[in-house]
Design a protein around this ligand. Structure first.
Ligand code: ZN
Length: 243
């Protein structure tokens, strides 16, 4: 078993689950992409471009470094790979990225409407807003720059205008849940707006408290990653006992 196989398997399983649940916009297409950081390395595992998820195997998953050079895999990585890299470079707390084409988030994407804080459990997971990343053509530097700029708000879910959504988290399972929470929230917001009646949002002081808890959780995750990196550096420096 190769040293990236565990990460590749995780990316494959989550991608197939997202596809079969319809989060990529169709259940038989190749849209959307998923990646996961390789712990302690400037490298990540990412889904290949233009390939159906139901026939994808572990060997089809790509591994690239932070210069986007392919380390492993025969296939070409997703054209949105630089967007995943932008997330890892701009957010030290992020170790998993899911780009989806989910329906209700996309409705708000074509309306160019961010989702305000509506539920405390969602705000505690996602942060104080689900904001809109301004439109730019898929795969372009402009789109990746727009994503990087928006990620500075330290939230976990984003709607990409006239395109889809982006969720970032500390691991793939947590990020999958963010995709589900985003869709739930987007669906409720769309249905609520459709009534034409005013939508109530959480009080500002509660939102501030919940967002502070999100930032604190990210800071703990960054500290954990830094100490794990320092530990493995120390192990690499120290000679093995008996030598
Ligand atoms: Zn897309």
């Amino acid at each position: 078993m190769g040293r990236f196989d565990d990460c590749k398997l995780q990316v494959l399983r989550i991608s197939q689950r997202l596809s079969s649940e319809g989060f990529f916009g169709s259940k038989s297409g190749s849209a959307g992409n998923v990646s996961m950081l390789v712990a302690g390395e400037n490298a990540f595992v990412v889904t290949p471009t233009r390939m159906r998820y139901d026939i994808m195997t572990v060997d089809d998953i790509c591994v690239v470094d932070f210069e986007l050079r392919r380390i492993e895999g025969e296939r070409k990585p997703s054209i949105e790979t630089p967007m995943h890299l932008a997330a890892y470079k701009s957010r030290a707390d992020v170790s998993a990225v899911i780009h989806s084409h989910q329906t209700y988030a996309s409705v708000l994407g074509v309306l160019n409407m961010p989702i305000p804080p509506l539920f405390d459990e969602v705000t505690l997971a996602v942060g104080n807003i689900i904001d809109i990343v301004p439109y730019a053509l898929s795969g372009t530097r402009e789109l990746h720059d727009n994503v990087a700029r928006k990620l500075a708000n330290r939230c976990h879910c984003y709607i990409i205008q006239n395109h889809g959504a982006l969720c970032v988290g500390a691991n793939l399972d947590q990020t999958y849940t963010l995709v589900e929470l985003l869709e739930k929230c987007a669906a409720i917001y769309c249905h609520a707006l459709a009534t034409g009646r005013p939508v109530t949002v959480l009080p500002e002081n509660i939102v501030a408290q919940l967002h502070a808890a999100v930032i604190a959780r990210q800071d703990r995750e960054i500290a954990r990653k830094n100490s794990a990196a320092a530990e493995s550096e120390k192990d690499a420096r120290e000679p093995e006992p008996g030598r």
